[in-house]
Write a protein that binds this ligand. Structure first.
Ligand SMILES: [Zn+2]
Length: 315
């Protein structure tokens, strides 16, 4: 095959051929960095850990937003059009907002099943996989299992490992670098994990309430027990009857902490806390939700420090 470089302006067929060749080549062959778009800041943080300065990373959802419901902005489309790799949480977390953006981007690489589409849930341990059919019509936003799996640091490591494989395929020349970044991340995460385990040790087995079902992986890792939720089902707002039940349950079992994601109204949790002598803790579910939770390890540092303080105050 010969590309008509020397025949002046290439004809239509020549242009199509060039476009085709550009698409099929690794973008690094053209001297650039891989453009990675992550659906959330958590995935952006993980891909940054292993991609280092060899990739450009953009996140779509902000860390303080409910990742189930993100308002689409035109700037998202611009990022998606240029993306070599799109990293998604999967398990239908982004079903309400991401699929139309992917289609509208017109970027064939990042379509589901395409060479630049990476579903991070495939690398993670997934909890709460329903054994019977769950209908979204019932409002349940977790029909395929719990999509908040990044809140177990070991899942963060698993996803980082999957990302290294993907990045290495896309940019083989940087494979050794990506693997080295992964080892560095593993070392820092393991050190931090020992610290977190030590901090949480006195509180293992403690019962808590959470607003949304965001924390099953987190509580499994750190030995807490969630006895109920402010939402009766994921995505369903609390009814007065459910709130009454919740108050009774907390009193009966001596539960003191209500963990709330920053994007939910605090009114109901606060009135439950008042009735039960408990405390509302606004725990951060995502990187970048505030300044302190600036990267993946800092996210857990922030949450665990907050939890320890709340347990100490409600002894
Ligand atoms: Zn959810």
């Amino acid at each position: 095959m010969k590309i008509p470089w020397t025949t002046g302006r290439p004809g239509q067929a020549g242009l199509a051929l060039i476009a085709l060749l550009l698409l099929s080549f690794s973008p690094l062959a053209a001297g650039g960095k891989l453009n990675v778009v992550a659906a959330t800041t958590d995935l952006a943080a993980l891909v940054t850990e292993v991609g280092g300065d060899r990739i450009n990373v953009t996140a779509i959802a902000r860390g303080y937003q409910d990742p189930h419901f993100v308002e689409a902005k035109p700037s998202f489309l611009l990022s998606l059009r240029k993306a070599d790799l799109l990293v998604v949480v999967g398990l239908q977390l982004e079903i309400g907002w991401l699929p139309p953006l992917i289609t509208q981007s017109g970027n064939p690489r990042i379509q589901p099943g395409g060479p630049g589409y990476f579903d991070a849930s495939q690398s993670a341990e997934i909890l709460e996989i329903p054994t019977a059919q769950v209908s979204r019509a019932m409002g349940d936003v977790h029909p395929l299992g719990n999509p908040h799996y990044w809140l177990d640091p070991l899942n963060g490591l698993r996803v980082a490992g999957g990302l290294v494989q993907k990045l290495s395929q896309m940019s083989p020349a940087d494979s050794a670098y990506f693997h080295q970044c992964l080892e560095d991340f593993r070392r820092r995460l393991t050190d931090a994990g020992k610290r977190w385990d030590e901090q949480m040790k006195p509180y293992r087995g403690r019962k808590v309430i959470t607003y949304h079902q965001s924390w099953p992986n987190f509580v499994k890792r750190f030995g807490l027990q969630v006895v109920d939720y402010v939402e009766p089902r994921p995505g369903i707002p609390p009814s007065p009857a459910h709130v009454v039940e919740l108050i009774a349950l907390m009193k009966r079992q001596g539960v003191k902490l209500i963990l709330v994601e920053p994007y939910f109204d605090l009114k109901t949790p606060q009135s439950v806390a008042r009735e039960t002598g408990g405390q509302v803790v606004v725990l951060m579910p995502s990187v970048g939700g505030n300044k302190e939770a600036g990267d993946y390890i800092q996210l857990f540092d922030y949450d665990i420090n907050l939890l320890v303080k709340a347990f100490q105050q409600t002894r």
